[in-house]
Design a protein around this ligand. Structure first.
Ligand code: BGC
Length: 349
């Protein structure tokens, strides 16, 4: 079968190769790939800046935003052939930390977790893949086309859960949310904000194209003015930061309403320095009881909630987020960003 493979730490080593078909072990599903989302993390792995091959191997099968159809399921499980499924990205390490031992592997404390397609485990970027039934989540059949958005949705479900849990430390009745960055994470985060009945504002650098249209279709407000100006105007109770850009991060931290919660989801590269008024930032956080949290990955609870959020969303709106569908063999086109891209997806026909 064909698989999208890469040699981590070796820039531009990505290629489609023939590899042996996987064999499902006990308790595992054999799945035919339907689609695979491409994200910034994949591009970073391809550039050689991130990613780890499985132990004793040179190459890693790429891909963590999966969607597939079950070809064979073990008897006596909840799954049957034909089910639409998504595989969970992270696994706890073999000697789990306290969080991993409690199913909260997204909160791993010792960093020895593994991730499919990213860290020491082959990903879902192959025509066939296997997954443990305990780490597979079924989607309703109507999500055949948009279900590939599941993994990024799990990431924002977790981010929203963290925001709400932090908010619960005192009286919390948020009204306005600012989402910075109208990529897949930002837009799916905005979707969840509207599903919660909030007044959602999304900010991005582009002035036209599919992003403003997708925000408007949600009933949210689109901005492309400087962050500090927008934050000053709308005084957000919650900020979901999805750019990872240093200046934006600092501006939103300074720009919340009192008791503001900023949730950072963007993974930035190190090495960029910008001046910061540390005294003013500190004073603002202290005097307003503000909180800044980082959030990454997702556990099974978030996958279940994400499947529900996608099922409740307008399917035409979800389709707006998928800019291009590119066959596996043309992976180089998929990886090369184009101006109007939101989510690019590889297909496996
Ligand atoms: C993935 C997460 C993963 C993170 C760090 C992100 O792109 O969506 O599941 O934990 O990268 O490897």
């Amino acid at each position: 079968m064909r698989a999208l493979t890469v040699r981590p730490e070796r820039p531009d080593s990505v290629e489609v190769r023939d590899v042996p078909d996987p064999v499902a072990g006990p308790g595992e599903l054999l799945v035919e790939a339907v689609a695979l989302g491409v994200c910034g993390t994949d591009r970073e792995i391809i550039s050689g800046a991130y990613g780890w091959a499985p132990q004793g191997r040179e190459r890693l099968v790429l891909g963590h935003e999966s969607l597939g159809r079950v070809r064979r399921a073990p008897e006596g499980t909840d799954f049957t052939a034909g089910d639409l499924v998504v595989g969970v990205v992270r696994r706890p390490d073999p000697a789990p930390c306290g969080a991993c031992a409690r199913g909260e592997f997204d909160m791993c404390r010792n960093g020895r977790y593994t991730e499919r397609g990213i860290k020491e485990r082959d990903g879902y970027g192959s025509e066939l893949w296997t997954v443990e039934t305990d780490y597979a989540v079924r989607l309703e059949p109507a999500l055949e086309s948009a279900g590939v958005l599941m993994e990024p949705t799990t990431v924002v479900v977790k981010a929203w859960e963290q925001i709400e849990r932090v908010g619960q430390r005192s009286w919390f009745a948020p009204q306005r949310v600012l989402v910075t960055g109208a990529g897949p994470i930002g837009l799916l985060g905005a979707l969840l904000g509207t599903q919660r009945g909030l007044d959602v504002h999304v900010l991005d650098v582009v002035a036209d194209g599919p992003k403003p249209a997708a925000v408007a279709a949600l009933g949210a407000t689109y901005h492309h003015a400087p962050v500090s100006e927008v934050a000053e105007k709308i005084q957000p109770d919650v900020v979901l930061e999805a750019t990872g850009v240093g200046r934006v991060v600092l501006d939103v931290i300074a720009g919340t309403a009192p008791y503001g919660i900023v949730c950072l989801t963007g993974v930035s590269s190190a090495g960029r320095r910008i001046p910061i008024d540390a005294g003013a930032t500190n004073r603002d956080l202290v005097l307003e009881n503000d909180v800044v949290i980082g959030s990454v990955n997702a556990n099974l609870r978030h996958y279940t909630a994400a499947a529900q959020a996608l099922a409740a969303a307008d399917r035409n709106w979800l389709e707006l987020l998928i800019s291009r569908r590119v066959p596996l063999n043309r992976y180089a086109d998929a990886v090369r960003p184009e101006p109007d891209d939101i989510k690019v997806v590889l297909t496996f026909e």
